[in-house]
Design a protein around this ligand. Structure first.
Ligand code: ASP
Length: 311
């Protein structure tokens, strides 16, 4: 996998890792995903190029992906087994390691905006379910009818899973979580992740995305990480925090640390991937699936959108 050059600001995003191959995705599907990734990346890059904070950049990029029905977050989120869109999200600021996270949220337009509100409020780090929804209403955040999140494709995936009596890990194109990591001109890093979780997940199931240290982590002493994949394994391997710690204590590069931790996930029987923004301005991707929707940009002119492992 490739590591970018050092830069004054940098941003990387993902739209999920999974079984996508050139044969499985139609040219139209490929084009729609690439377009969606480019728009989200540019929204984040614009914040950073104007001297804005990494925290604002990752939120801006993830909000765009949440509203894009191609991805499993916000609108277009997958369904739980009983047909609901229960959303998880987290955001973390590498400066001071402040964090906000929400799990199992229904009817809030932007789960990442809600996670940010939890962080800014400062009293708690992690809110769930009806308590998180009440908090959103109290803060005056935009709500959305449950129908807003529904897409025909996600319904079809749930019906297929039920008809075939297969588990959540066997659905094709399974991971579509979105995330962003960035380093700003002031040298701060931040990470954000938002997801509908896994198709057919059990009511009340929480994945890795909102778990600080598993699917999301940021630390100005090393890097920012956002993950996508088999959440249970990412929680058990403490993926995002492990990558940051390896860089800080072992002196590994972002790529080395990410590859080592993704290999551990593989040994445990899981698949997926991560994006990393180092405090040195580098970015890296690592995944053990055939593809990962991803994009990045930096102040040195790097500009990339990719789906498949080899491109
Ligand atoms: N990691 C997410 C979860 O387990 C799923 C994904 O990446 O799409 O909830």
């Amino acid at each position: 996998m490739v590591t970018s050059s050092h830069a004054a600001w940098s941003l990387a995003i993902h739209g999920g890792a999974g079984t996508m191959t050139r044969e499985k995705l139609t040219p139209d599907q490929q084009a729609r995903h690439r377009e969606g990734l480019a728009v989200a990346r540019d929204a984040g890059a614009k914040v950073l190029a104007a001297g804005g904070a990494a925290l604002d950049a990752v939120e801006a990029a993830v909000r765009v992906l949440e509203d894009d029905p191609c991805f499993n977050a916000g609108r277009g989120a997958v369904f739980s087994y009983d047909g609901r869109n229960e959303l998880d999200a987290a955001i973390m600021d590498g400066a001071g390691r402040r964090a906000g996270a929400v799990a199992g949220v229904v009817g809030v337009r932007s789960p990442i905006g809600l996670a940010r509100a939890v962080m800014d409020d400062g009293m708690h780090v992690f809110l769930s379910g009806v308590g998180a929804e009440a908090f959103a209403r109290g803060k005056g955040l935009e709500l959305a009818d449950p129908e807003w999140f529904v897409t025909a494709e996600r319904r079809r995936q749930l019906e297929e899973l039920k008809a075939r009596k297969i588990g959540t890990f066997d659905v094709d194109l399974k991971y579509g979580t979105v995330g962003a990591v960035a380093r700003d001109m002031a040298g701060h890093v931040a990470a954000a992740t938002s997801t509908g979780g896994l198709t057919g997940k059990r009511w009340g199931r929480i994945g890795d995305s909102p778990v600080i240290g598993a699917g999301t982590y940021a630390d100005d002493r090393s890097c920012a990480v956002s993950a996508t994949g088999a959440g249970e394994l990412f929680i058990r391997a403490n993926v995002a925090a492990q990558i940051c710690t390896r860089m800080r204590l072992l002196g590994e590069s972002a790529q080395q640390a990410a590859d080592a931790v993704i290999a551990e996930v593989g040994e445990l029987g899981g698949d997926g991937g991560v994006i990393i923004a180092g405090v040195d301005g580098s970015t890296a991707f690592s995944f053990n699936t055939p593809g990962m929707y991803r994009a990045r940009a930096d102040s040195a002119g790097l500009s990339e959108v990719a789906i498949f492992a080899r491109e």
